[in-house]
Design a protein around this ligand. Sequence first.
Ligand SMILES: [Zn+2]
Length: 280
Amino acid sequence: MPELWMPGATRHALGNEGTMNGGPARAVWHITSNDSDWTFKNEHGWFTGGGAGVAPHLLWEPFTGEIAQYFPADSRSLSLANAGDVRTNRTGKYCIQIETVFTAGETVGGKKYATVRDTPCKGLDKIVTWLRSLGITDAWPGGAPTAFVRDTVSLSTWLSEGGHYGHNQVPGNSHVDPGPMPNLFAVPVPEATQPVRQPFPGAAWFRKEPRSAIVTAMGRRLVAVGCSAYEDGPGPQWTEADRRSYAKWQRKLGYTGAAADGWPGAKSWAALKVPFVKEV
Ligand SMILES: [Zn+2]
């Protein structure tokens, strides 16, 4: 089980939890956009007070790295408007919303900052590592946000594709945040902790759709590198979700066409660095 409370975030449970509807896990990025006060303290006071009804999961201060969490990952948070009958806060197995304490054009230490991308982004690595552990894919289904404008994805994209969205891309919403964001996927993936690696079991082995601890170990690495197509698991039984997750990994490595069909090969396996669990 992943951690439902992010390691390194201070925990301020608001209660008022709500269940998720299931489906591909995603994250939604926001900025607080407050012309009158740019401090973490002020926004934290709002979301734990009068603004609790619109609170996100995480409040993140990109200049200091301060992070507060208001809901566990498996609860909906409250920062999105509905799209008709679709309760967007509940879409996916997880829909982690992150409010960045940022206002376009704010001045910090005598310097003016136009976008979140320009800030030091302190603590972003911890957030991305946690989002990957929840199975949130390294992808922007609607493209990375490029400006403070609406760029709404279709409802079917929103419902069927996991990964990262800007608030400006969520159907049924009117806000234009977060504006240009840093490259989230440049955050390095920690090495597999065990020094010994699982040798490639062979292409034919996977075609037999095996049930093995090796499949679980592979799936955990796929989640760690942001290539999850899992809704549950990963587990020991090879399934279509394993194949689709592995295909994401192959595409991340630059393979295309039949070379990215999701059936493991020796080179992509070696690059995945699966820790040793057992002999085949
Ligand atoms: Zn927003």
